[in-house]
Design a protein around this ligand. Sequence first.
Ligand code: TRP
Length: 452
Amino acid sequence: MNSDKTGMHGVWASRWTFVLAATGSAVGLGNIWKFPYITGENGGGAFVLVYLACILCAGIPVMMAEVMLGRKGRMSPINTMRNITQSENAPVFFRSIGWMGALAGFFILSFYSVIAGWTLSYIVKMATGVFDGANADVAGEQFGGLLGDPVQLTVLHTIFTVLVGVVLVRGVHKGLENSLRMLMPLLFIMLVLLLGYALTTPGFGEALSFLFSVDFSKLSGESVVVALGHSFFTLSLGMGAIMAYGSYMPKQASLGKTVLTVGILDTLVALVAGIVIFSVVFSNGLEPGAGPGLMFQTLPIAFAGLPLGDLIGTVFFVLVAIAAWSSAISIAEPAIAWAVEKGHSRLVATTAVCGFSWLLGLGTVVSFNVASDFTLFGKTFFDSLDFLTSNIMLPLGGILIAVFVGWFVRKETIAHEARVQSPVLFNLWIFMLKFVSPLAVGYIFIKGLGIF
Ligand code: TRP
């Protein structure tokens, strides 16, 4: 295998395009919808601290490892892992990274597009003035009405899945590069605007202390696993999405800075979204632990309090939908790239992957209404799927990637591919992959699941 070739799927225009695409993948519903609501459910500050520690100790090193593997393999994660285990004489077992990742991708995409469908509905609600002068009651009723309607949820889920499919059929870098170049900065600007609004609300101080004052007594074993799982989810790690994007990365670019940029941007977006949402929560006497509806029940109130709120709210939900869209594309890409390498056309590959995930998504749709009483281990279908993927499959994938690169890939291979300029940082990275990331992830994982 020749690591210097470009591969059949093409390469990004430059290092910056990779940053843009990887940020597009990382920044999504995980930052704006999921991070605030799980932080609310898990008591705030201590949870945030564990999450930040996981990003630093496991997220960044594993992300570098994924990009490195992708850039070396230049194929879908399944074939990349097959080729590299061969060329490095590593145990065949590590091929499971590719397979498990593709499966996790199906599961994640299935519920991700249902939630993204909610944002589509909110674009229309905002644009038509449903939330004019809205208070917490109106926001709660609107959200409850949406969730109670399986037909509407299915229609929205379908629209979103089709939007994702349309880009995937054309190939990731065609449509994606140009649109993201404009839209990502716009999303950042909107968030800063909302932050400015949050500053003027009476709940701002309480929001900061909720997010940043650490009280470990609020942290349960499961909270710790949720924080760990989310650090993988938010950086799109552990299932090959970033590996697939890395396989389109130009060879010269240095890994460390590139990956760090993505990690910092992703974390900033999550923290700002958290500050905005909790300012509204505390200013309006809402419940921080409200669950998946948190963003949808708070932000409309914020917009109602802003001049030109309907317009700003509409633009904001459009941007969230776009952030979700650019993330969803990356979730499906590993499986599609693999099917294309098997000789299928992009159209067939995309239809199959999106079709299956759409079907599975119907389970999530009904878990919010007609089948909300159906539970597995005390969780609804949506919660179980979310738990299985974020808290089990992604951390497991992350440990395997860290162990594989740390212990089974030759150092010269890594050095050649990674192009980390400073020897100190390079050795630190390898040390993290060998010891810190697998032990930290393994410990939290086992302890949090209550196995021992
Ligand atoms: N990181 C994205 C978000 O926060 C979601 C996502 C994209 C993802 N690709 C992924 C999650 C791969 C897990 C694995 O919304």
